[in-house]
Design a protein around this ligand. Sequence first.
Ligand code: S3P
Length: 428
Amino acid sequence: MLSTKIVKRVDRLKGEIKVPGDKSISHRAVMFGAIANGKTTVEGFLPGEDCLSTISCFRKLGIEIEQEEDRVTVYGKGWDGLREASEILDVGNSGTTTRLMLGILATRPFHSVVIGDASIAKRPMARVTVPLKQMGAKIDGRSEGNYTPLSLRGGQTKAISFHSPVASAQVKSAILLAGLQSEGVTTVTEPHKSRDHTERMLKAFGVQLQEDETSVSVSGGQSLQAQHVVVPGDISSAAFFLVAGAIVPNSEITLLNVGINPTRTGIIEVLRKMGAKLQITNERVINEEKMADLTISTSELGGIEISGELIPRLIDEIPIIAILATQANGTTLIKDAEELKVKETNRIDTVVSQLQKLGANIEATEDGMIIHGPTPLTGGQVASFGDHRIGMAMAIAGLVSSEEIEIQEIEAIDVSYPNFFQHLAELI
Ligand code: S3P
């Protein structure tokens, strides 16, 4: 049964919350723990559906994993500890699980079948299966291995030097993970630098890699040593409340322990450029990752252009940036963001169609969108289309709309922020 949620306008938002753990880092902590030697412990893990899919897949691959809320213990047995699964590996809604796991399985000498939900079945996998096949893995699936279900037989692989046409951390990570067990030096180069959590965490697990601005290289034959991983709060989850704090009148919100890795802080730059009052305090570094407390308060906002190297640094925040732009004075132009079309939904279509229903002045372009603000948002019925970030963006829109908003398929939010509505209630 699909559920709906009604969100109403509020007069202000005040308070302090600790957003859940970073999704990208939580996935990696489990996967790297699974291929490392020894016991990896994780605190601050995101118990959202996507990361639980990663745990379930690696359990099927023979790894013992204990999980209780945000604490996880992974009993890694090294690369050779992974075993052929007797069941299909179901990644649910998670693109990160799919692509990074394919990189790991590419070098394992056994057969695996990978499947996911209806959204995963539409997401392009050739961006990882083509280079992994070049390295020597045998992969098949619909459209020559572009779509799930995928069947994979890994084995002895050789290094490649790969120029990715897209800035994608999932592509970069999959190839680097395969490279760790391939003969020779594997290099991935991308058009702009994508999030670098893989590089940082691999270093923490004892791997040697060489990096320059847009390329990373690893030598084959490297093993990982178990670690204790502290996961910072997810800036992509914090983004919903950062925007809420900026656009709801009389607000002041503090978000504690948020990851501020520079490859993820595009949203902070955008908020500041638009004129938001945002303070960063208590900065510290844990496990190679920077975190801080962020305090946002209501302010006058102005439209800006968002493009180029900034796009990969805020790609997941574009749905909520669109809401922000509807409340800013002037035009916001988002371009170079074609990647939005291959996310959990086609986010150019879903953002533009749902915001138009609420009376926003927004139009889709080939590689992004144009928003003219400020426009009052009206109420009405919208849907998440099964996309967690569309569901949360619509909920924030409801806080400033004249009439209530009814959001359909709201359970999608559990993918990355299971206690989103509890946190919202605490701030009202
Ligand atoms: C992620 C990388 C990004 C991002 C996704 C998580 C990761 O995707 O959109 O939510 O954890 O590596 P791409 O690598 O496809 O850009």
